[in-house]
Structures are given as structure tokens and as C-alpha cells.
Design a protein around this ligand. Structure first.
Ligand code: ADP
Length: 547
């Protein structure tokens, strides 16, 4: 029998993160490019804590929010959104972050499914709110995230944030309750099916933030200046709003300013050292830097995830701009962090080309994330750097179910979550994603990695974006079709792309056809939408092949 220890069983509470930031890093700043005015706003963690307590009083006294209630946000990254994270979860309610890029019909569905009682929104989304408010009978209050001077931009009957909190007390005793209580609700972006809700707990959010700070994860410390370009409606901005105050790091919130010019201005003016976002954002910034002959010398590391890091992007940032590109992998269901790519001591003497091969892997497992790779029959595969299979995970910040019981088939009987990704693992715990289960191109009994093919194609100088999709083929079951968005002004030359690819991928991987598209369909979280491409190219027939 084991011996019961005498350690305190203190629940992990999200509110304690902000209390700690106030006590120990009170003067550290949150800088926001205000959504309503595009002016810079500064406040420190102590001021933020005071305002958050005022908001907590407003939520409980005026807006009737009770423990367990869902309160939605449709908002950019800002100090107010940060305050909402802490005040809503702090009173025991649940922050339901909504992605404004979703279809209005989906938004209405989501607010009803979550039963959100109040919605806080930025002025940019006023037309969206005016279009859906009448169809959201469950929402009792709409609150514009600004002061009263912007209220005329909304037709819907609404309150304004600064008025709501203005007269409330700066005193509020954060309640202590079960650490397994829900603090956040985020729906998957639906790139692979209907959105499903993931409920984060206080415990999972605090543990995830603690793991995030680690030197070989994001390495967040009090001297860091973090710019989360990844939105707070996309898996809690990858947990940065929790990790930064826990470490006492400065936060720079870009509001709606996600374009290259604005990001460059913020990075430069605020001395940003660490930025995080999806590849499309870094592509935009790169284009801006190149076109305007600008640099980002204060940036030490770029965390890039959400989809695979294209080799051309890695080389451009590291070789031309001297920043370290650090790939991460995860998903909504994993809070999101699963792996982060940091080199091991034994890699110090590698040649640049070998180093790049390692950097293009999705990264090493973060402690706390258990993983296994299984074949179609569920047999575990070895960690040999070759055997690709379905990725299953488990751990304290990984969902054990979806909200209201959706998608039960994603969870195995023995307690693992099926990620829908296909990957292999090596003996150092580096994972390499080869595909999503639904995107693998199955040709003549073999698998082609659509991701590898896309990454190879994106190295061609005329290619801005490329997506490989399996299309039915009478002989091979499926063959790859490569859909390409050409770089502005570049010639749309399929032969040259095929020639370029011939040197990079096995011959049998070469696409049977290339189609050029004016604009790649991009989903709500900035990823290429293969579901949309499959609709566009439904019934596609490869030239010269009889169906
Ligand atoms: P959705 O699943 O709806 O797209 P998520 O934002 O949760 O929403 O996306 C998670 C998925 O994104 C992962 O399952 C994986 O397929 C993909 N992904 C995330 N990071 C990477 C990466 N570094 N490389 C390749 N794919 C990635």
C-alpha cells in the first residue's frame, strides 16, 4: 500500500495567475492596439487586476452571471479581452470565445449550442452582431468593447464595456472552487466537420500555462515581450494570456492589426522578443519586410503552428532575418500544446541542411502529453522515425469528451483522444506529421503525404500557396491534384512546378495535374480549407484519363 503524503491539496485557479502578476509583476505592461480607435493603450498588471475585479462585480451584480454560465466574446486580442478571460472564469463562469470569421449561421448555432447569456464584442463586429442579434434569443446582453462614444456604431440595443464597469468596486474576493470546473469553451474550427465544443478547466489551463513557460517549450520569462498574433478566439491564443502574466512577461496585443505593416510597427516600437501565429500571418509579414526593406532584429523566436511550417518560410526568416523559427503542434482539444521544436545538445554540430530537416518536424513531446501511434487496426507502432500511423494522445490538458457529448467516436475506450493526424515519432520524441487522416492521398495501396508535397511545391519561386488533394483515379484509386495560388505577377507555369518537384519528392508522388486558383480558400483560423477545395474540384477528371 502507498503512503498518503502530507501536501496541501490547493486547487489550481486561473484567478491566482492574475493575483500573482499583480503582486509580483504589477508594473509590467499590457499594450494594446485598441480595436475601436487603432490608438495604443497601456496598462500594467496591477491596473488590469483592479479593472478585472470591477468587471467581476459587474458580471455578478448587473449582468446576472452565475457560476457555470457561458459568456461569449467576439473580439480581437486586447486588454479588455484579457480582463474578460479572468473576470468570467474568476466568478466561476465560462468564457466562450467565438471566432468572428465563422459564417453568421454557424455563429448563431454556436451561441445557441453554448447557451451563452451575454456577448462582448469589438466595434469591427458591429455589422455582424446587427445581423445575428435577432436570431439569438438566449443572449440577454450585448456589450460593445469600448466606451460610450462608439455606441452609435451599433444598431443592436447594447451596453458599453467602460460604462458597465465604471461604477463598480475594485474589491472582489476571488472564490475558490473545484479546479475541475470549466473556465473556457472553444469550438473546433470545423475544417474537418461540424464544430465541437472543448471545455477547458481551471486545472488544465494552469497546468498548460506552467508547461508553456518551460525553457524548451516557449521559454516565457519576466524579461520576455510576447506578441500573440494568434487570436484569443483560437485556442486561448495558445495559452499565452495565461503564461505571460504567470511569468510576468510584457504582453503586446495587436487588436485587429494582423497585417505585415502593423505587426512590424508593434514589434519595433514595443521591443517584442517573441511572436506566435499561423504560417499565413508570417507569410504576410515576410512580404512586407521584403517589399519595404525592413527588419525585426529584436525578435528572438517565432512560434509557428496550426499548420506545417513551409521550408521556404523557415529559410527566409532564419537566413535573412536571423530569428529562430520554432514549430509547434497541437489542437483545440489539447489546449493546444502537444509538441514544440527545440534542438537537443547533440544537434549542435549538424550541417545547416540536416538542421533544417529536424526543424521541419513538428517538434518534441512536451512533458504532460502522452502519445501513441497506431495502425488502422489500433496496433501500436514503434518510435522508429518511419512507421506512420494515427496519433492518439492523453494528458491533463487534453479533452476527455466534447461539450454535450458530441463526437464520442474520437475517444477510445481506454482513455485516449484520436487526433485525426497521421505522424511518425522517433527515438528522441520528435513527431513528424505526414498528414491528416482525411487528407492522406491513398494511391495504389501507398500513402502520399499531402503536407510534404505542398511544402515542396511552396519552395518554387512562383508559388504563393499550394494544396495537394487526392482525386479519384480509375487505376490508382487516388492521385494527387496540386492546387496552386501563384505569386503576384508570377507566370502560371505548371511544367516548371512539376520539374521543380521532380528533384524533391519521389517520382510517384508527382501531381497528375496542377490547377491554378486566384485565391486559396482560407478557413476561420487561417488554414487552407481542403473541404472547400474538394467542393470546387468535385467530379474532377485528370486530363487524358478515362473515368
Ligand atoms: P481544426 O482541427 O478545426 O483545424 P485546430 O486549430 O485545433 O482546428 O487545428 C488542429 C490541427 O491543425 C491539428 O490536428 C493538425 O492537423 C494541424 N496542425 C497544427 N499544428 C500543425 C503543425 N505544426 N504542422 C502540421 N499540422 C499542424
Amino acid at each position: 500500500m502507498t503512503l498518503r503524503a502530507h501536501m496541501m491539496d490547493v486547487p489550481l485557479m486561473v484567478s491566482d495567475i492574475l493575483v500573482h502578476a499583480d503582486n509580483c509583476h504589477g508594473q509590467q505592461e499590457i499594450v494594446t492596439l485598441l480595436p475601436e480607435s487603432l490608438q495604443i493603450h497601456r496598462q500594467n498588471y496591477s491596473q488590469t487586476h483592479k479593472r478585472t475585479k470591477k468587471l467581476a462585480n459587474a458580471l455578478t451584480n448587473d449582468l446576472g452571471i452565475e457560476p457555470g454560465d457561458r459568456v461569449a466574446t467576439i473580439a480581437w486580442n486586447s486588454h479588455r479581452h484579457f480582463e474578460l478571460y479572468y473576470a468570467i472564469s474568476g466568478v466561476g463562469a465560462v468564457v466562450h470565445t467565438v471566432n468572428p470569421r465563422l459564417d453568421p449561421k454557424q455563429l448563431i448555432w454556436m451561441l445557441a449550442h453554448a447557451e451563452s447569456k451575454a456577448v462582448f464584442f469589438d466595434v469591427q463586429f458591429a455589422p455582424l452582431i446587427d445581423g445575428i442579434a435577432a436570431m439569438c434569443p438566449g443572449v440577454k446582453n450585448w456589450i460593445l468593447l469600448s466606451d460610450a462614444s462608439h455606441a452609435d456604431k451599433v444598431q443592436t440595443d447594447c451596453l458599453t464595456y467602460e460604462e458597465v464597469i465604471k461604477d463598480h468596486s475594485e474589491d472582489f474576493d476571488w472564490p475558490v472552487f473545484d479546479e475541475n470546473a470549466a473556465c473556457g469553451l472553444c469550438y473546433t474550427s470545423g475544417t474537418t466537420g461540424d464544430p465541437k465544443g472543448v471545455l477547458y478547466s481551471h486545472r488544465s489551463s494552469v497546468l498548460h500555462a506552467m508547461a508553456t513557460m518551460g525553457a524548451d517549450v516557449m521559454g516565457v520569462g519576466a524579461s520576455g515581450v510576447l506578441l500573440p498574433v494568434v487570436p484569443m478566439f483560437h485556442v486561448n491564443a495558445w495559452g499565452i494570456p495565461f503564461a505571460a502574466p504567470m511569468a510576468g512577461a510584457k504582453l503586446v496585443m495587436p487588436g485587429p492589426g494582423l497585417d505585415g505593416a502593423t505587426l512590424h510597427t508593434l514589434i519595433d516600437a514595443e521591443d517584442v522578443s517573441y511572436v506566435a501565429g499561423v504560417p499565413t500571418v508570417w507569410l504576410g509579414l515576410l512580404n512586407y519586410l521584403e517589399a519595404n526593406d525592413k527588419r525585426i532584429d529584436n525578435v528572438k523566436r517565432v512560434l509557428i503552428g496550426g499548420s506545417a511550417l513551409p521550408e521556404a518560410l523557415l529559410r527566409a526568416y532564419e537566413d535573412k532575418y536571423g530569428v529562430i523559427m520554432q514549430q509547434g503542434w497541437g489542437m483545440t482539444e489539447m489546449s493546444p500544446l502537444g509538441t514544440v521544436n527545440v534542438a537537443l545538445p547533440k544537434h549542435a554540430d549538424l550541417s545547416r541542411e540536416d538542421e533544417i530537416k529536424i526543424k521541419l518536424k513538428q517538434g518534441r513531446l512536451v512533458f504532460g502529453v502522452g502519445m501513441r501511434i497506431v495502425d488502422d487496426e489500433g496496433n501500436e507502432l514503434p518510435w522508429d522515425g518511419q512507421s506512420s500511423g494515427h496519433v492518439q494522445v492523453r494528458g491533463p490538458w487534453i479533452a476527455s469528451a466534447y461539450f454535450k457529448g458530441a463526437g464520442a467516436e474520437s475517444f477510445t475506450d481506454d482513455g485516449w483522444f484520436q487526433t485525426g493526424d497521421v505522424a511518425h515519432l522517433d527515438g528522441d520524441g520528435y513527431m513528424t506529421i505526414t498528414d491528416r487522416s482525411k487528407d492522406v492521398i491513398k494511391t495504389g495501396g501507398e500513402w502520399i503525404s499531402s503536407i510534404d508535397l505542398e511544402n515542396a511545391a511552396m519552395g518554387h519561386p512562383g508559388v504563393e500557396m499550394a494544396a495537394a488533394v487526392g482525386m479519384p483515379h480509375p487505376k490508382w484509386q487516388e492521385r494527387p491534384l496540386l492546387v496552386v495560388q501563384a505569386k503576384e505577377g508570377a507566370e502560371k507555369d505548371a511544367d516548371s512546378i512539376i520539374k521543380y518537384l521532380s528533384g524533391q519528392v519521389p517520382k510517384w508522388w508527382l501531381p497528375d495535374a496542377i490547377e491554378f486558383i486566384d485565391a486559396m480558400p482560407i478557413g476561420a483560423t487561417g488554414k487552407m480549407l481542403k473541404t472547400k477545395l474538394r467542393e470546387i474540384y468535385a467530379n474532377y477528371e485528370f486530363p487524358g484519363v478515362d473515368a
